[in-house]
Design a protein around this ligand. Sequence first.
Ligand code: AMP
Ligand code: MN
Ligand code: MN
Ligand code: MN
Length: 278
Amino acid sequence: MQSMTCYDLHSHSNVSDGTLSPTDLVKRAVGQGVDVLALTDHDGTEGIALAITAAKETSLELVAGVEISVSWGSNTIHILGLNIDPQEPELQLGLQAIRDYRVGRAEEIASRLHKAGISGALEGASAYSSKVMLGRLHFAKFLVTEGHAKDINDVFKRFMVRNKPGYVPGQWASLEDAVNWIIQAGGQAVVAHPARYKMTATKLRRLLTEFKELGGVGIEVVSGRQHPEEIKRLASLANGFELLGSCGSDFHSPDNTWVELGRLNNMPNDVTPIWSSW
Ligand code: AMP
Ligand code: MN
Ligand code: MN
Ligand code: MN
């Protein structure tokens, strides 16, 4: 019989670009029936202590995680670290370097938006950020509020993407560094939302080959809001590359009614779930 434990191994708090505090995120996850939740903020682990404290008063198990921004060739990809030790010094140095890069990058985004006739973006975006990490979603909220786009989705079609105002090509961690930091911190490295990179099948296979060689162990097979055919495709990649399957909603905010904590399709039966070894 299949276990009924509900795993959601990809979520964000307001420490990165989510809107809920780590405490409120845990409360909401409990309310949604999540049994095991990974907090995976972008390039930072500042929310984990709070989330663990909040989880202690509930039956929810909190997995310490992170989502690391990586440049792989001309692609930006995201690598999840699950069950990491957030105190590990090399991991923290690496994440700090990425957040430092984000500061200059945010200034550059603002300056490019300014040239396109939109002023005050840096201050505007900062108002939505907890100050630990500044990202494009904070700018997106500013752009919507100022009436430059009708919603967040619209922003990411018209701003801050290739050939559009405010675009800054990212220079993130290398794949090798990100995987090493995660391993060093005792965690498991997982390729997040592989379908979202819009890579050709050949390129995705090349990524997974390299990722495995570096010591990566998992691939996100089930994400929020995903087509069943895509799950099948990712499941067969997981099996072909002997990678463990992970599942996570990538929840950011209750405002996005399409994505909810714990609202996920089942892991296909033939995939070995990442939690099988936990
Ligand atoms: P950054 O790491 O600063 O480049 O920002 C990336 C973040 O922007 C992602 O983690 C999402 O939260 C958000 N994002 C990117 N594309 C979209 C999109 N099409 N719709 C909504 N959010 C998006
Ligand atoms: Mn995000
Ligand atoms: Mn991501
Ligand atoms: Mn994410």
